[in-house]
Design a binder for this molecule. Structure first.
Ligand code: NAI
Length: 331
């Protein structure tokens, strides 16, 4: 199948080229947007990533240009306009699980980076400052850790925290999961989780229900000094509410791999550009906020799995075999 692969980074190209396959891939560095969608004209398959713009205008332009399948090389599909998908008959496939460990382990890394002030400590040592004041953290053993969303990633995170760190793990999920229950994880209401947790880690998808799950009301309920880690989707947190919570001290630290308005920022070297996003600038100014640019998925194992699954999805579509990874508008 002829495929236009958008938002290509060197590591994407390497992982797709390392696999023996029959598809013909053209790699485009551009993000897929209304401005770049003309590049996809004539390609029966288009491969897109988490920050490509997949609203109605792009979906309609893809269908008009002859594209039949949109292969997402990510799990999240909150950026796809499924009404437009239904109208156009475009088929959408995704990679629902590439490495839950990759994301869960990164969340643990962010948690400890914030808890033990690692970016500040490393910068101080590099400057010859070996003073320890301001660097005290907390033992995680015995602390209450609230996991929001115990799907594939949340379950791995919960296991690491419970069995590795010896934390008391509580969780909130509209669909509780048996393996978490067997680990002795208690499911609680979201309000109860907010009130009890010393650390909260977000692992739910972005949906209408989870949009701004952490808003000003939620912040008012949080245990003072709570550490929050978000590797799910930026808009699960209302950024202004988080900034206010950090300023008041209600939130004691924030580890972010995703940011509400990351679209125009992440995945590119913008070190020569003026930062015009005032909320992001404010977050960067806090000593107790650690931000990575949506890299939680980025392990060699996950990249390999993403490429393999995407190519398999395309083969299924091409050969008319039922594709388990096909997303329907009701997904
Ligand atoms: P999953 O589908 O296996 O699990 C999600 C869980 O969240 C499900 O158990 C579901 O019932 C639960 N859930 C749904 N709405 C909820 C709500 N309002 N409150 C609490 N729980 C809710 O998904 P998986 O693979 O664990 O991924 C979770 C999220 O992580 C993805 O949706 C994606 O947004 C994000 N992600 C981030 C990556 C990164 O690089 N930062 C990479 C991969 C995924």
């Amino acid at each position: 199948m002829k495929v236009a692969l958008f938002s290509t980074k060197p590591y994407d190209r390497e992982s797709f080229e390392a696999i023996d396959h029959t598809h013909e891939i053209d790699f485009f560095p551009q993000r897929l947007t209304e401005e770049s969608v003309h590049l996809a004209r004539g390609y029966p398959a288009v491969c897109a990533f988490a920050n490509d713009v997949l609203g109605a205008p792009v979906i309609h332009a893809l269908a008009e240009g002859g594209t039949e399948v949109l292969a997402l090389r990510c799990a999240g599909c909150n950026h796809v306009d499924f009404d437009a998908v239904e109208e156009t008959g475009l088929r959408v496939v995704n990679v629902p699980a590439y490495s839950p460990n990759a994301v869960a382990e990164h969340a643990v890394g962010l948690m400890q980076a914030v808890n033990r002030h690692l970016p500040r400590a490393v910068a101080q040592v590099r400057m010859g400052n070996y003073a320890l004041h301001g660097l005290a953290g907390m033992d995680v053993i015995g602390k209450t850790v609230g996991v929001v969303g115990t799907g594939k990633i949340g379950t791995v995170f919960a296991r690491i925290l419970k069995q590795g760190f010896g934390a008391e793990v509580i969780a909130h999920d509209p669909y509780p999961n048996e393996s978490c229950r067997e680990m002795g994880i208690e499911y609680v209401s979201i309000e109860n989780l907010f009130e009890r947790s010393d650390i909260i880690s977000l692992h739910c998808p972005l949906t209408e229900a989870s949009h701004h799950l952490i808003d000003a009301d939620a912040v008012a309920r949080l245990k003072p000094g709570v550490l929050i880690v978000n590797t799910s989707r930026g808009a699960v947190i209302d950024t202004q509410a988080a900034i206010d919570g950090l300023k008041s001290g209600r939130i004691g630290g924030l580890g972010l791999d995703v940011y509400e308005h990351e679209g125009p920022l992440f995945f590119e070297d913008r070190s020569d550009e003026l930062l015009t996003d005032d909320q992001f600038a404010r977050l960067l100014a806090f000593q107790n906020v650690v931000i990575t640019g949506h890299q939680a998925f980025l392990t060699r194992e996950a990249l390999d799995q993403i490429a393999k699954q995407t190519l398999e999805n395309l083969t299924c579509i091409e050969t008319g075999t039922a594709c388990e990874r096909e997303l329907t508008p009701a997904t």
